[in-house]
Ligand binder design. Structure first.
Ligand SMILES: [Zn+2]
Length: 226
């Protein structure tokens, strides 16, 4: 039996017999929830965030939307803070769950609430617009969890490069289980809202097409009269 990586087109030797994946694809799978998932880059996410911000801001009730969605993030933060404090006061906690609650507390301390909300809504929006962008449910949750995690400054460690004389920041790895749980937690709170923004956009596009077609239809009706 062949011992090459199972990923199509990859000729590298499998590092583990159990998964039949090479080291590169094992790492990719751990980070992004699927060995072939094309990562949602920071630049790509920035474009979606700008689009989603525009969709909210052109609504007549934008202030209400912003207030409520920011309150939702605050509720996630309060809940996470509660669980971390309970653990510190001696309550038992599942290790992965505790890690995730700590990440939520850190990231909401370190990143702007509006940025976090826009990023999380963008994933729901992307999921509704183009689900094929994600190779699996786990790839969706991993992308959402990982992008959330990478918004926290304390999740990076600095190291000094003697050759360039520069300080570089590398993200500390979060366990795949924690990334997925984090993504699921954020998805439960924000994905449906992001999807709804896309559905509202589709409805507005449909109405515009209707409006444009109406005069033509009216002329057609006139012609048909005896
Ligand atoms: Zn491979």
């Amino acid at each position: 039996m062949s011992n090459t990586c199972q990923v199509a087109g990859c000729r590298r030797t499998a590092a583990l017999r159990s998964t039949r994946m090479c080291r590169k694809h094992i790492t990719h799978n751990r980070r992004w929830g699927h060995p072939e998932q094309r990562p949602i880059t920071k630049g790509e996410l920035a474009r979606w965030k700008a689009h989603v911000r525009g969709l909210i801001n052109k609504r007549a009730n934008r202030e209400k939307v912003w207030t409520s969605v920011l309150a939702l993030l605050e509720a996630c933060r309060t809940s996470a803070l509660g669980e971390v404090r309970d653990y510190e006061n001696g309550k038992l906690a599942h290790r992965t769950s505790l890690t995730v609650q700590r990440v939520i507390v850190d990231v909401t301390n370190e990143a702007a609430a509006e940025d976090i909300v826009l990023a999380m809504l963008s994933f729901g929006y992307m999921g509704e617009l183009e689900w094929s962008r994600f190779r699996s449910d786990n790839a969706f949750f991993a992308a959402m969890g990982r992008r959330f995690y990478l918004m926290g400054r304390s999740n990076y460690a600095g190291h000094f490069n003697a050759t360039t004389g520069k300080r570089h920041l590398t993200a500390r790895e979060l366990s795949p289980k924690a990334v997925l749980l984090l993504g699921r937690t954020m998805s439960a709170a924000f994905a449906a809202l992001g999807m709804k923004l896309r559905m509202a956009e589709v409805e507005a596009e449909r109405r515009l097409i209707e409006t444009k077609a109406a005069p033509m239809r009216a002329l057609d009706e006139e012609e048909q009269q005896p």
